[in-house]
Design a protein around this ligand. Structure first.
Ligand SMILES: Nc1ncnc2c1ncn2[C@@H]1O[C@H](COP(=O)(O)OP(=O)(O)O)[C@@H](O)[C@H]1O
Ligand SMILES: [Mg+2]
Length: 258
């Protein structure tokens, strides 16, 4: 099957500090891949190399290759802004633009891309909010600030904002860690629906969540504090949680460290 993402030999640095080393993996379209591993092993760093957000950090630098379909994301002449349009991101803390209405939050990315007729924007906003399972809760208050929503609603608003520009890939960095259990389940259900259209990569420290939402799971680890994080193994989620190939994975998922 054609790969959506193909990473080879990827390392990422903060100044002189190598945070992750020599990571290679492929990710298929319309799948959910979970990244798990102890704090500090480089899950967030690796995620940000997939849409060129790592280099936004001063001193941030990447070696190796990331292919998105047949586009070399670090190749010459590639515009990082257009990469971030194709590879959207949802963060740990819901971060709707605080002064903007619900409508404007969802429309923001489109407005940056070009000019649209009001009717076109209306259509995309509704479709994106429906896609994020939020439409029915907000359709009567589209002009109210996004920051007035509950945490779980704000996170779904951020997902609607990310999908409004029709990315190929959605990256989610611990998207539920600031949410209550009910809101968390709503996001997990949504991930299951979104994967019919998008390729999803989610970092989670919650193993049950990884087991519930993902098709494949990647386990990252580091040999010692200060050493770079590495990909230990990636496999079908069922296999990682029942019969992983590497002892360190087994130890981590059975809670012996991390
Ligand atoms: N902005 C930053 N500047 C310098 N070092 C950082 C920065 N962000 C993360 N790091 C370092 O990179 C390593 C990996 O961190 P991170 O990717 O956040 O791990 P994880 O998401 O798995 O907890 C850690 O050693 C961390 O201290
Ligand atoms: Mg992290």
């Amino acid at each position: 099957m054609a790969k959506r993402i193909d990473v080879s030999g990827l390392s990422a640095f903060y100044g002189a500090h190598k945070a992750i080393e020599d990571i290679s993996m492929t990710i298929e379209p319309r799948s959910v891949t979970a990244f798990i591993g102890p704090s500090g092993c480089g899950k967030s760093t690796f995620l940000r190399t997939l849409n060129r957000m790592h280099e936004v950090v001063p001193g941030g630098r990447v070696e190796g290759k990331v292919m998105l379909d047949d586009e070399d994301l670090y190749g010459p002449g590639i515009d990082p802004v257009s990469v971030r349009r194709e590879v959207g991101m949802v963060f740990q803390r819901p971060n709707p633009f605080p002064t903007m209405s619900i409508y404007d939050n969802v429309a923001a990315g489109l407005r940056l891309n070009g000019s649209y007729k009001k009717s076109e924007l209306d259509g995309v906003v509704e479709q994106s909010l429906r896609g994020a399972n939020l439409w029915n809760e907000v359709k009567d208050r589209l002009n109210k600030p996004g920051s007035g929503l509950s945490g779980g609603q704000q996170q779904r608003l951020c997902i609607a904002r990310a999908t409004a520009v029709q990315p190929k890939v959605l990256l989610m960095d611990e998207p539920c860690s600031a949410l209550d259990p009910i809101s968390t389940l709503a996001i997990e259900d949504l991930i299951g629906e979104l994967k019919e259209q998008y390729t999803i990569v989610i970092v989670t420290h919650n193993m049950q969540q990884a087991a519930r939402v993902s098709d494949r799971t990647a386990f990252f680890n580091l040999e010692a504090i200060g050493r770079p994080g590495k990909l230990i193994e990636i496999d079908e989620t069922e296999r990682i949680f029942s019969n992983p190939s590497v002892q360190d994975t087994e130890d981590y998922i059975s809670g012996r460290f991390g």
